[in-house]
Design a protein around this ligand. Structure first.
Ligand code: PXL
Length: 286
């Protein structure tokens, strides 16, 4: 079984970061080792959240794993709380990286033109250094602008997106996938670039007129799970985009939907059916 390490916070309630990565990637048949960077009562979009920083635990935990000779097929980072934490994570990546390890960075720090409450420009610059050592990065357009010192604009065309992809590629990663790219009315999706093969990829879904927290983390988790299943990066992005679109649609139809996240728990079985060879999973019933 493939084994991945994911490094991000636990927002105890909020359907984001580790509380989506762990169930989704595990359900995709991939062992998911977690390195929690902090424990928050909720994600930071709630007022009055508590936060216990676990930065001082990262190195001792990793040291123990080293003694156990643990090897990861992929390392996936998400929301990281501080600049110092990014430095620690960079070091952990270089310690655990082998020639076969996929390093996947979701520079989760901003949306809709603004940084999340806990972050500033110093943090954004540090996140660019983390992106530089990744194989794959998946920023949304806002994050891409902060990472590349580009002015954020609500409206853009395909040339702007390719420009942004070029600047992101200069940071150093091999595959860059921009999320939340809307190139025609009523559509949204992902626009990717493989800097080694010099190939573009794009995929668009119908845009739902609602924004749900945690969908970026769900998207990344599905991409990592799919890549770990040996699926190409283009197909992994397509599966993740379709899964997020489907999950948002299901959530919109739920009269009891929480305001803080989507009903991904209801759609995990549909995701598994999308994986090659898993269209009719065997039953555990005798
Ligand atoms: O979904 C990204 C995320 C993860 N973790 C925490 C957050 C956010 C976004 O706001 O606050 C704690």
């Amino acid at each position: 079984m493939k084994k991945i390490l994911t490094i991000q916070d636990i927002s105890c309630m909020g359907k984001c970061s580790l509380t989506v990565a762990l169930p989704i990637i595990s359900a995709m048949g991939v062992e998911t080792v977690i390195l929690p960077t902090a424990v928050l009562s909720t994600h930071t979009m709630f007022k009055g959240y508590t936060c216990k920083d676990l930065s001082d635990q990262l190195v001792p935990i990793a040291e123990h794993w080293k003694k156990e000779h643990v090897v990861f097929d992929a390392i996936y980072t998400g929301y990281l709380g501080t600049v110092e934490e990014i430095d620690t994570v960079k070091k952990l990546i270089s310690d655990f990286r082998t020639p076969d390890t996929l390093v996947f960075v979701d520079p989760a720090m901003a949306d809709n033109g603004r940084l999340y409450p806990a972050f500033d420009m110093h943090y954004a610059r540090k996140n660019a250094q983390l992106c530089a050592i990744a194989d794959v990065i998946v920023p949304n357009i806002t994050e891409a602008c902060f990472l590349t010192n580009t002015l954020y604009k609500e409206t853009y065309d395909e040339a702007c997106i390719r420009d942004l992809l070029a600047k992101l590629t200069e940071l150093g990663s091999k595959v860059v996938a921009l999320t939340g790219v809307s190139l025609s009315e009523g559509k949204t999706g992902v626009y990717g670039y493989d800097a080694i093969k010099k190939e573009y990829f794009q995929y668009q879904n119908n845009k739902v007129n609602a924004s749900f927290h945690g969908t970026g983390d769900i998207f990344s988790s599905v991409v990592v799970g799919a890549l770990a299943n040996g699926i190409s990066w283009q197909e992994s992005l397509r599966i993740a985009a379709d899964y997020v679109a489907h999950t948002i649609e299901v959530t919109m139809n739920d009269p009891d939907k929480p305001f803080y996240g989507v009903d991904f728990e209801l759609t995990i079985p549909d995701l598994i059916r999308e994986l090659p060879g898993k269209s009719s999973p065997p039953s555990f019933r005798p």
